[in-house]
Design a protein around this ligand. Structure first.
Ligand SMILES: *Cc1c(COP(=O)(O)O)cnc(C)c1O
Length: 365
């Protein structure tokens, strides 16, 4: 008997693979595998969630209060903002609006693992431009643009590498693209960057009709479970995303928690400062293991991509960290068999991870 058959482009894709939270034996681990906020969530957001709400009623379909608060905090126009079920939903809408079978969606060799899936879901071809020592290369991205390119996805800072393209490079990338190619600047880790650089992409999106910038409440705001993200861009792009997004795509609790979290910028600042401090300490400890072939890419995000090119392999480090109680991200399927992406956790977690890696190298912990 025949069964329902998927479209050929759907048959080729696999489901998104999330970070692990258990060891091979099923033991629960502290997650340093999904770039979640080790400080948890803003107390103001938790208080808003504790208030409760009428579960029988639909949420505001336009997330008006939330969009107005986002606009106020970032100096944007609320009519140029759309909220989504995480920024992932909105990235999907952007790709779906502009690309289909025969088209190309371009990203950097090492970038968010969701990007190729978004292209494949709509029948488009994912194209990955060569990296520059793991980081995104503007020259290589521009060289990979063809007549079929419809969307360029740039995560900045980049996941899984953590590198950050300065605003001048993003401007150069945009300037080199045809005006009918959409540039999406995915700033999921934007709040971790030096505040002096945090509004450059918004300015680009305000000035052009082919730039969308996405942000999320999942990372520095510590609200990953609430699934709230947003994009800003020109009215033509906002209109497209609005047509494709879910009608009631942000839950009442998500809207309330995100609204309260925006009002507690002290929590975001504390998250950025904790992250910068622990990331520096972790990076310095990794640098001291250089004689063991261990190194890390420079990171402006809340994780480090650590390379294991000496006697200790990434698989051995993965196992030792699991034995020590920590789940980290091994990404061989992304062409990174010798690397682990390790989220910056609490100070205690950083200390444990450093000690575990030192012990594995035969160094005094
Ligand atoms: C975590 C992450 C996101 C956020 O996804 P949400 O759907 O908002 O939770 C988006 N882009 C990148 C590159 C990420 O790493």
């Amino acid at each position: 008997m025949s069964t329902p058959q998927p479209k050929p482009w759907i048959a080729q894709i696999h489901a998104y693979v999330p970070g692990k939270s258990k060891s091979a034996s099923g033991k629960p681990l502290t997650k340093l595998s999904a770039n979640e906020n080790p400080l948890g969530s803003s107390p103001a957001a938790l208080a808003a969630l504790a208030e409760g709400h009428v579960a029988a009623d639909y949420p505001d379909p336009d997330a008006r209060a939330l969009r107005e608060k986002i606009a106020e905090v970032h100096g944007l126009d609320p009519d140029r903002i759309v909220c989504g079920t995480g920024s992932g939903e909105l990235l999907h809408c952007a790709v779906q609006a502009l690309a289909g079978p025969g088209d190309e969606v371009l990203a950097s060799r090492y970038s968010f693992s969701l990007y190729p899936l978004l292209a494949q879901k709509v029948g488009a071809t994912p194209v990955l431009a060569a990296d520059d020592n793991y980081a995104a290369s503007v020259d290589n991205l521009l060289a990979a643009v063809t007549e079929r390119t419809k969307v360029v996805l740039l995560d900045n800072p980049n996941n899984p590498v953590g590198t950050f393209l300065p605003p001048s490079e993003v401007v150069r990338l945009h300037a080199g693209l045809p005006s009918d190619v959409l540039l999406v600047v995915d700033e999921a880790y934007g709040e971790y960057v030096d505040p002096a650089f945090q509004s450059a992409a918004f300015e680009l999106a305000a000035a052009h009709e082919n730039v969308l910038v996405s942000r999320t409440f999942s990372k520095a705001y510590g609200l990953a479970s609430e699934r709230v993200g947003w994009v800003t861009g020109a009215p033509n792009l906002i209109d497209l995303v609005n047509r494709l997004r879910g009608a009631f795509n942000v839950s009442v609790s998500g809207q309330k928690a995100a609204l309260a979290a925006l009002g507690d910028q002290a929590f975001v600042t504390a998250s950025r400062e904790h992250n910068a401090k622990e990331r520096t300490r972790f990076a310095e400890a990794i640098a001291m293991l250089g004689n063991h072939g261990i190194s890390a890419c420079p990171s402006e995000a809340n994780f480090l991509l650590v390379h294991f090119e000496g006697s200790v392999s990434a698989a051995q480090a993965l196992e030792a960290l699991s034995d020590a109680g920590y789940a980290v991200r091994h990404l061989p399927s992304q062409g990174l068999p010798n690397s682990l992406r390790i989220t910056i956790g609490t100070a205690e977690a950083t200390t444990d991870v450093i000690a575990t890696l030192r012990r594995l190298c035969g160094e005094a912990a």
